[in-house]
Ligand binder design. Structure first.
Ligand SMILES: Cc1ncccc1N[C@@H](C)c1cnc2ccsc2c1
Length: 115
């Protein structure tokens, strides 16, 4: 197949993996803080501190609207969820611990799928 066709196939496979990975993230027992956008009216200071909010429902929406070019651009948004969590939440807190658990789970899963 041509290089372009191979690229297209890789992106198709990459996007299939995004769907698998996102479904597993959403189903994880520690996903609860990340399922919907943080309501900055309920969380004082969030809008000021976190410049690029991201959550699993927004990622789901972007995936449905074909806004991820490939697995890499998807992984950037997932990592944004966890980086925002680390920035705003103490490591020794309910949400902070959930963020660390979810990042560990995600890192293990996508490397398994790619290796
Ligand atoms: C991921 C995250 N980071 C910082 C703050 C919140 C959250 N999660 C939201 C869902 C959340 C989680 N818990 C509560 C409790 C009262 S409002 C609210 C909103």
């Amino acid at each position: 197949c041509t290089k372009k066709a191979k690229m297209a196939k890789d992106n198709t496979n990459g996007l299939a993996m995004c769907r698998v990975l996102l479904a597993e993230l959403e189903a994880h027992q520690d996903a609860w803080p990340f399922l919907t956008p943080v309501n900055h009216k309920a969380v004082p200071g969030y809008r000021k501190v976190i410049k690029k909010p991201m959550d699993f429902s927004t990622i789901r929406e972007k995936l449905a609207n074909n806004q991820y070019l490939n697995l890499e651009t998807f992984i950037i948004d997932v990592n944004l969820v966890f980086d925002n969590c680390e920035k705003f939440n103490e490591d020794d807190s309910e949400i902070g611990r959930a963020g660390h658990n979810m990042r560990r789970f995600f890192d293990e899963r996508w490397t398994e799928l790619l290796m």
